[in-house]
Design a binder for this molecule. Structure first.
Ligand SMILES: Nc1ncnc2c1ncn2[C@@H]1O[C@H](COP(=O)(O)OP(=O)(O)O)[C@@H](O)[C@H]1O
Ligand SMILES: [Mg+2]
Length: 286
């Protein structure tokens, strides 16, 4: 698409310092349908903050990394489930010695760096942030694209390539809701678990040496788990692609059923859910 191509071409012309180059991620996200990734890229090209909503292990972080890779653009990540405060987003003052003199310097945090340099800012688990933390970003996330740094008084206008991608672990059931004023500033996309052909291709890419019997077992189990989750019988992390990838990796070395137990079943809180996962896995072991 011309809009995306135009932005892509412009960003590929940029050159980065070695330290920033390290922040360019690796791609590999597989879009669950023909449109999702492209539709997200349209928002990115239009400088709209993007919100990715989906269950754990559905590829939200992978999608953000893929966007970073596509635009060859460094990405800074912050995670709101840790004790995120204004300092960890914006930066902090520190004392430095310069030519025998004691001076106060400001060490820029990820938000300020990404805004000034035109990098991507990835805000993970944004619904987990403390209520008082994120309003500071409101002016960054709307048409103003600016921030007055409360620690320095500096007024910062975002570089034209600055983008925000946020993620929330919200699946079919939903979790901690996100503050409305904040949510309102994003264009939101649901990121479902991939399945069928997409999943099969991901497995071929990750496990080129895998025994076909194990591949068939894991992908069949994946479909079962997804169905049970959709019917509300299993909690959604049971169908996490991350866990399935882990189970497959283990199954190259230990009995597949034990691999499924450790990587998928044991993570579930409910005893009956753990048993169901094992029973489903057994039906695919010949
Ligand atoms: N659609 C997808 N395309 C490529 N890889 C995927 C996809 N969905 C999940 N994965 C893989 O599953 C694992 C978990 O994905 P991740 O992006 O960390 O999930 P999330 O951030 O949604 O919890 C990673 O190894 C990721 O590459
Ligand atoms: Mg993630």
């Amino acid at each position: 698409m011309e809009l995306i191509e135009h932005v892509h071409a412009a960003r590929l012309k940029r050159q980065y310092e070695p330290a920033d180059t390290k922040l360019i991620a690796t791609g590999g996200y597989r879009s669950p349908d023909a449109h999702l990734l492209e539709d997200v890229l349209v928002s990115i090209a239009l400088k709209k903050p993007v919100l990715l909503k989906g269950p754990s292990g559905s590829g939200k972080t992978k999608m953000a990394e893929t966007i970073s890779a596509y635009f060859n653009q460094p990405m800074h990540s912050i995670n709101c489930s840790v004790d995120l405060d204004a300092e960890s987003m914006l930066g902090f003052k520190t004392v430095v010695q310069q030519q025998g003199q004691t001076m106060i310097d400001f060490v820029e945090g990820p938000v300020v760096k990404a805004m000034k340099a035109g990098h991507i800012l990835y805000i993970d688990e944004i619904n987990m942030a403390k209520a008082e933390t994120l309003p500071i970003l409101h002016s960054v996330l709307d048409h103003r694209r600016m921030l007055t740094n409360p620690f320095t008084g500096e007024v910062i206008y975002a570089h034209e390539d600055f983008n925000v991608i946020a993620a929330i672990n919200e699946g079919y059931i939903g979790t901690t809701p996100m503050n409305e004023a904040l949510k309102n500033r994003f264009v939101s996309y649901s990121v479902p678990y991939i399945s069928g052909e997409q999943l099969s291709e991901l497995w071929d890419e990750r496990f080129p040496e895998l025994l076909p019997t194990i591949k068939t077992m894991m992908l069949s189990l994946a479909e079962d788990l997804k169905n049970q989750v959709q019917q509300g019988i299993l909690s959604e992390e049971a169908a996490s692609i991350r866990s399935l990838l882990d189970a497959t990796e283990l199954a190259q070395f230990i009995a597949p059923l034990r691999a499924v137990r450790y990587a998928i079943a044991e993570k579930l809180a409910d005893q009956s859910e753990r048993e169901l996962v094992i029973e489903l896995a057994k039906t695919w072991i010949k």
